[in-house]
Design a protein around this ligand. Sequence first.
Ligand code: HEC
Ligand code: HEC
Ligand code: HEC
Ligand code: HEC
Ligand code: HEC
Length: 461
Amino acid sequence: MKCLTSLIMPLFLCALLIGCGSLNASSDASSESTVIVAAVLDDPMTQAASVDVTNETKADKPQLFEPGVFEDPKVCSTCHRDIYNEWSKSMHANAWTDKWYQPDYLLAHQQTDGATDMLCGACHAPIAARTGLLPPADGSKFDAASRRGISCDFCHTVSGVDQMFNMGHVSEPGTVKFGPRGDGNSLYHEVKYTKIHTKADFCGSCHMVLHPATGVHIIDTWDDWKNNEYGKQGIRCQDCHMTPTPAVSKAPGRAALMGKERDNLAFHGFIGGSSYVQDAMGNTKQAELSREFLRAAAEVKLAEKVTDNGTLELTVDVHNVGAGHKIPTGTTYIRIMWLQVEVVDNTDKLVYSSGHIDEKNHVDPNAVFFRVLFRDAEGNLTGKSWQAHGIGYDRRIPAKGKDSETYRIPLPGKGDYRVTTRLMYRSMTQDALDDIFKRTGEVLPPVVSVEMAAAQTQVRF
Ligand code: HEC
Ligand code: HEC
Ligand code: HEC
Ligand code: HEC
Ligand code: HEC
């Protein structure tokens, strides 16, 4: 019944009902919240996520513990040095202190009178949320372990998952550390094998965010994975994200100083698309690995034809060849992927361009964008997740799938032309950063774009 402690606000009553599995519990619910639950469950997409629950251990106790029961990651670093070093520069380690997360979280706090504090905190500061140190929202009561986001002892005292969205992990903090093998000998703690650590569902319960009141999918990575080819074949999140790069699938080593030699050790860098944030935090190695991930995900292919009246018909196919989910995934209401198309004549003069970046670091608003935006209560497009009443825009490339766009470009005269197409990525929009600056005065470095894939061709008119 973790939701009892985490979702107290009336606005989130329906999440509580769904989350605790009492789908038919209209008897103990107010009529108002029953209506909301019905509305949420009418949405077939929501149903898919709410009924599929991994049941290793049901939480029979409230998920609220004494401060200090979760150990500080520093303790683990004594023996698990390499794993600690990998993890300490991951986005998980920064999930709370993240300077790109905090402004969004604080704005949500302001606009909802604090109703979102425990929702966001459940995933971004799980130790604080489960030891009563959150609220206050500003984290002023946090102890050292809480500040370190999603850390060793949070993940390795999870004994099961009882809800596949909004963090349904069941915690059993203590001297037993749960993990994928269970055959190691440690002088410091007991080890116990748990199947859940070897399953994508372990990741999915956090990488699946539903708006508690409207049921809108804020983050849908797990649901998407579960229903695509990777999910069906059992190629897990861990298989791609707990290896240093997509190219390395086996990394031998020892998990601890006195540990056994393993032929495939789980890498704890959790690399994704955040190269910009990693660079800005000074983690250049992680940023480079992140760019490798982005480049492994996509391919661009072109088909071109010039019509008799001199119109170039350019079809750009974007293939998702490497990601186990749609690209982009995750916080796609802040992330963008887009196409840059440039046509130059044989003197290198630009005759057409789409998707360029202007002098204020903004992307051409008329570009072809692959991303998600929500619809708010008034029907306007928004990137504020807590205001989501529906999906307003969703164009992404499915796993092992493709998306096509045809450009019709009038050529200025007879001659040869060179066409360049790039698939570009930003883990955050410049608009989001400008907005943070306007609200808080905080200057974050300008967002940097990554080229995920490119293709060139020549045409003659
Ligand atoms: C986001 C959750 C998460 C965090 C944070 C995390 N781990 Fe893990 N860890 C896992 C998962 C999941 C596996 C199993 C991966 C697999 O089966 O491929 C694992 C595997 C391990 C293993 C076994 C490795 C092997 O291959 O034998 C050890 C030891 C370990 N983690 C220690 C740590 C330590 C120490 C930290 C902190 C520095 C840490 N973990 C942080 C989720 C996490
Ligand atoms: C005194 C050294 C020491 C300390 C401190 C320590 N561990 Fe370990 N741990 C080990 C050894 C040794 C193993 C066995 C590794 C092997 O043989 O693969 C191990 C194994 C593990 C495993 C693997 C479980 C599995 O499935 O096999 C996890 C998870 C783990 N430790 C988590 C932690 C966490 C979390 C902390 C900090 C709270 C921590 N350890 C602190 C020595 C230590
Ligand atoms: C307790 C919730 C939680 C669990 C469990 C969890 N994650 Fe995460 N994960 C997050 C949050 C929150 C972030 C974003 C942190 C930030 O950017 O501030 C994140 C970020 C990431 C990123 C970084 C993406 C990027 O943009 O670079 C990857 C990759 C990732 N997680 C993979 C995994 C995998 C694989 C697992 C399972 C082994 C897992 N996560 C388990 C909450 C979780
Ligand atoms: C077949 C390999 C593969 C599998 C399986 C996979 N991913 Fe990814 N993932 C990638 C690649 C490649 C990228 C980089 C492209 C990108 O950023 O979209 C990525 C990006 C991400 C990101 C960064 C968001 C983004 O779009 O920039 C997150 C978060 C993430 N994955 C989480 C997960 C989770 C959670 C699972 C399991 C449910 C998972 N991934 C399964 C390969 C994989
Ligand atoms: C169920 C878990 C969960 C909840 C609840 C949650 N998040 Fe997250 N959040 C994530 C995951 C997972 C990621 C990483 C996704 C990715 O890399 O694309 C993330 C990433 C983010 C990021 C991007 C950070 C960066 O550096 O790029 C922001 C901002 C954010 N969340 C804000 C919020 C806010 C505000 C709330 C509450 C209204 C919230 N989140 C609630 C799981 C959660």
